[in-house]
Design a protein around this ligand. Structure first.
Ligand code: URA
Length: 246
């Protein structure tokens, strides 16, 4: 496990600047596993979970909920031998508490991905019974938008294996000679679902980005690869999913 300097660990936790962290350490306000430490360069495990500042555990957040703007080329997993994972995009301090992605986006899909260590939320929100909607922006080649195609999405696209998808809402954004840009709202999350739905219409998804997940919308101020904690308003969606009993 990687070790990092105590002042860096405290700075990474996002509350204090580096100079504030050093001052807190020098003035005996910081304890590691219950022992006051005054050496700012003291090495701590980056997954250390018992560091207090003024007696308050700065690592004690029970559950963490993060919105990540996932870049293409990164996989939705916690570890992988060959590819960079979404967890590798996090600061060491945020990596420590068992975060994992809620569901998966394909390696080439971008956009909104929620990371959490709240297994119950992940389970509930992915349950087909909760009908959580997901909105995607897709660029599709070899496909022309039409009212008839929109209706087929609305009735339930039939995939090549015979599976009938739940009703989906398709809207045209723009068209050019190379591809058609659309948004598609679905309530399921089957493997390669959006790509397969367009395949069934003869098209090929060449770019896919998730714009929203339930009531949580991708924060467009997050650059690709950036992330932040969910806001209190976004947390209301988390609470509503967890409270729903059906
Ligand atoms: N549908 C897909 O085909 N891929 C994704 O990553 C998400 C939805």
């Amino acid at each position: 496990m990687a070790k990092i300097r105590l002042d860096k660990f405290i700075t990474n936790c996002g509350i204090y600047t580096r100079s504030q962290a050093k001052k807190l350490i020098h003035t005996k306000k910081v304890a590691v596993s219950g022992e006051i430490v005054t050496d700012e360069g003291f090495k701590v495990d980056e997954l250390q979970s018992d560091i207090t500042v003024n007696g308050i555990n700065v690592t004690a957040e029970k559950y963490t909920y993060i919105m990540l703007n996932k870049p293409a080329g990164v996989i939705s997993a916690t570890e992988d031998k060959t590819h960079k994972t979404v967890i590798d995009l996090l600061d060491p301090c945020d990596r420590r508490n068992g975060l994992f992605p809620v569901g998966r986006l394909d390696i080439d899909t971008e956009g909104l991905l929620i990371l959490t260590n709240d297994g119950a939320f992940a389970h509930d929100t992915l349950s087909p019974k909760k009908h959580v909607s997901k909105l995607y922006a897709a660029d599709v080649s070899a496909y022309t938008y039409s009212k008839e195609s929109r209706q087929r999405f609305s009735d339930g696209i039939i995939l090549s294996d015979g599976y009938k998808c739940k009703p989906a809402v398709l809207d045209l954004v723009t068209e050019n000679e190379n591809f058609t840009s659309v948004t598609l709202e679905i309530t399921e999350g089957k493997f390669h679902q959006v790509k397969k739905m367009f395949e069934a219409e003869g098209g090929k998804v060449i770019r896919l980005k998730r714009l929203s997940f339930g009531r949580i919308k991708l924060d467009e101020s997050l650059k690709s690869g950036e992330y932040r904690r969910l806001t209190d308003t976004e947390m209301q969606f988390v609470a509503s999913v967890k409270n729903k009993t059906n």
